[in-house]
Design a protein around this ligand. Structure first.
Ligand SMILES: O=C(CO)[C@@H](O)[C@H](O)COP(=O)(O)O
Ligand SMILES: [Co+2]
Length: 218
């Protein structure tokens, strides 16, 4: 069943505990944590202390999306800070296979994210090692951007590769996800939908998460 991972990038940082407690009560399956270093992406979000603080209150697993250069330097620290799943960017890893093995050795799930211009076919020889592939549906770095329509085709191709290889990694889509595009994304093969501004900018975030989950039952 497709699940929802609200991104706390769009939460009220001055009331982060309140917003995480709201997510605890919600139908969200994961809490998405966006880490940006101002180098891999042109924005700085927050780092280890905020991830740790979120983890102290979260009763859902943390899905940590590392938008940072040379992520190997921080893998162990993010596991200590509460990550249950760590996703690194294909474009940020020179030795991706080795990075994925290190994440797994640390005892958490391992994912790879692809920027909008990166073809899913480049992952062919590492798919069997992955728990998740994150298809970026905006250019990484900011919340609140417009969904890129080519994402559907990428997800369809990735789902085809998953079936052809008999694998069961999850497909996650991140950026501009809303009630309107959720059904088509699920039909294309998405298992996990990240939603930042569509949840936290809505009048009733709890209801929006419920509606996103319903929209995903296609
Ligand atoms: O990784 C990112 C952005 O780089 C995302 O996780 C955003 O935080 C999603 O925000 P919305 O597009 O849903 O507002
Ligand atoms: Co993200």
């Amino acid at each position: 069943m497709p699940e929802i991972a609200p991104s706390i990038l769009a939460a009220d940082f001055a009331n982060l505990q309140r917003d995480i407690e709201m997510l605890n009560k919600s139908e969200a399956a994961w809490i998405h944590v966006d880490i940006m270093d101002g180098m891999f992406v042109p924005n700085i979000s927050f780092g280890l202390p905020v991830c740790s603080a979120a983890n102290q209150h979260a009763r859902k697993p943390l899905d940590v999306h590392l938008m940072i250069e040379q992520p190997d330097r921080y893998l162990a620290a993010f596991v200590k800070a509460g990550a249950a799943l760590i996703t690194v960017h294909y474009e940020a890893c020179l030795h991706l296979h080795s990075t994925i093995q290190r994440i797994k050795e640390l005892g958490v799930k391992a994912g790879v994210a692809l920027n909008p211009h990166t073809p899913v076919e480049l992952l062919k020889d590492i798919l069997a090692d992955l728990d998740l592939v994150l298809v970026m549906s905006v250019n990484p770095g900011f919340g609140g951007q417009k969904f890129i329509e080519n994402t559907y085709k990428k997800v369809l191709r990735l789902d085809g590769m998953r079936k052809a290889q008999g694998l069961n990694f999850m497909i996650e889509v991140d950026g501009g996800v809303n009630l309107a595009n959720t059904p088509k994304l699920v039909e294309a093969g998405v298992d996990l939908l990240v939603a930042g501004s569509s949840v936290f900018s809505s009048a009733d975030p709890l209801a929006t998460i419920r509606q996103l989950r319903q929209a995903a039952q296609v």
